[in-house]
Design a protein. Structure first.
Length: 202
């Protein structure tokens, strides 16, 4: 094991497992498809998360043919991202010369309503995790390592969100159902047990 350099990337695996779960409830992505027709114009509201996360989400929506609007209104769907937080959790604690392990977790919830307030994509929950380790006496570079992890998680999270949105075109009825794992709006800021949770940095 090389001290300070081991990263186990679980983000894409988590996204894959999420899509397998969708397949079990009626979602089946067979080929690239357009976004739901109700999303030709979208007013995007991101209440938390980093600027990088918002920009990547905007870029992906525009590449998919969405026209982003500054305000809601007739013909404009509402996409809300009320939760976009990460936690940095200690998994194992070594001695002075032993390796300590941490997990960076990224948690996002989002939903999309039509211009008439009807659900297009019910409230969804997505979770990703990446792990890293370092020796307590060799912490140089750890900050940069975490920043690199967070950048990668932003890219993977947005890709997973777009997969869920595209799946709504194939199975709109299934897409309208909220994910049971998504918390109620008034509980969306609660921290996960045992986690130090905050908004993602820039």
């Amino acid at each position: 094991m090389k001290p300070g350099k081991r990263i186990r990337d679980l983000g894409l695996a988590a996204a894959g497992m999420a899509m397998l779960g969708l397949a079990g409830c009626g979602f089946h992505l067979r080929r690239p498809v357009a976004l739901p027709p109700a999303m030709s114009h979208v007013h995007l509201q991101v209440n938390s998360g980093s600027l990088a996360f918002r920009r990547e989400l905007e870029r992906s929506l525009e590449l998919a043919g969405v026209t982003l609007e500054d305000h809601g209104g007739p013909g404009v769907a509402e996409m809300n991202v009320p939760v976009a937080t990460y936690s940095n959790d200690m998994m194992t604690l070594g001695g002075y010369t032993q390796v300590s392990e941490y997990a960076v977790r990224f948690h996002v919830q989002f939903y999309i309503d039509s211009d008439r307030g009807e659900p297009v994509v019910g409230r969804q929950r997505l979770d990703m995790q990446r792990e890293y380790s370092y020796q307590s006496n060799q912490t140089i570079g750890t900050s940069g390592q975490i920043e690199q992890i967070e950048r990668g998680m932003v890219d993977d999270m947005v890709q997973a969100m777009m997969l869920r949105i595209r799946a709504a075109t194939l199975h709109p009825d299934a897409a309208r159902r909220a994910d049971p794992a998504a918390v109620a709006p008034m509980d969306s800021t609660q921290s996960l047990p045992g986690s130090v949770q905050s908004q993602m940095g820039n």
